[in-house]
Design a binder for this molecule. Structure first.
Ligand code: NAP
Length: 244
């Protein structure tokens, strides 16, 4: 049975992607920054109830050596790694003049360097297999920019370049790499926004509602499926028409 690795999958979009790929028949390697993220959390049980194997691999994906170790463990446990979803991400918003160097560097390392780390080590496994699907979580903030998100939009724009580079470097080995760029999705990440900001955003969305995590998971499922075998290096916006 094929295996999918989803980073930052204890909750939010990552958990929904893990559950959807389990429904599609993949064994699932869950990841989050620490084992405690999975305490009081039934994601692993929900996935096992779908009849596939599931194991938690705690690692900070911004750390090169932790990613190397985790990928080795996942390969040893499941035998192959067929799908990698680079989902882990954080925000540390603030206007440019007040953004600390620490918060700039942290967001870049968690959101962007993690994609380098995980793609490097998983890509090496996939190259030997001569097949694989890599799906990266960008954001509309990476495509259009967003006031108050210099760090976040930089990391998400970089992911678009990394997606295209990965698609070009690994394509000859039968590996595709695509990105999804969500708009505003109902998760703990967007729950932090002020009511004023939420109302302003809603006014700009053609569908006049936030997206649901399952609506991101559905597109990721498509990109991992045989139907997407000739799709690579692309960025698919999932924003309810926010960016038209
Ligand atoms: P979320 O609910 O905050 O979930 C992110 C997960 O990543 C959390 O479980 C978090 O763990 C984990 N994580 C953070 N740092 C990590 C690290 N260093 N190593 C491993 N795991 C780590 O966020 P979300 O809304 O589901 O977002 C998922 C992805 O979609 C992100 O890349 C985000 O930028 C992107 N996205 C989201 C939206 C949106 O509207 N929600 C829009 C565009 C793009 P902790 O609980 O410990 O922090």
């Amino acid at each position: 049975m094929a295996t999918a690795v989803i980073t930052g999958s204890a909750r939010g979009i990552g958990a929904a992607i893990a559950e959807r790929l389990a429904k599609d028949g993949y064994n699932i390697a869950l990841n989050d920054i620490s084992q405690s993220c999975f305490d009081n959390n039934d994601i692993s049980d929900r996935i096992k109830a779908l009849g596939v194997e599931c194991e938690i691999f705690a690692a900070d994906v911004s750390k090169h050596d932790q990613c190397e170790d985790m990928v080795k463990k996942i390969k040893a446990r499941f035998g192959t790694i067929d799908v990698l979803v680079n989902n882990a991400g954080i925000t540390r918003d603030g206007l440019l003049a007040r953004m600390s160097e620490e918060n700039y560097d942290l967001v870049i390392s968690v959101n962007q360097k993690s994609v380098f780390n995980m793609t490097k080590f998983t890509g090496s496994v996939m190259m030997k297999q001569r097949s694989g699907r890599i799906i990266n979580l960008s954001s509309v903030a990476g495509v259009y920019g967003n006031a108050g998100q210099m760090n976040y939009s930089a990391s998400k724009a970089a992911i678009i370049g990394m997606t295209k580079t990965t698609a070009k470097e690994l394509g000859s080995r039968g590996i595709t790499c695509n990105a999804v760029a969500p708009g505003f999705i109902d998760t703990p990440m967007t729950a932090q926004l002020s009511d004023e900001m939420k109302a302003a955003i809603l006014g700009q969305i053609a569908l006049k509602r936030y997206g649901q995590v399952e609506e991101i998971a559905g597109v990721v499922s498509f990109l991992a499926s045989p139907d997407a075998s000739y799709v690579t290096g692309q960025v698919i916006e999932i924003s309810g028409g926010l960016s038209m």
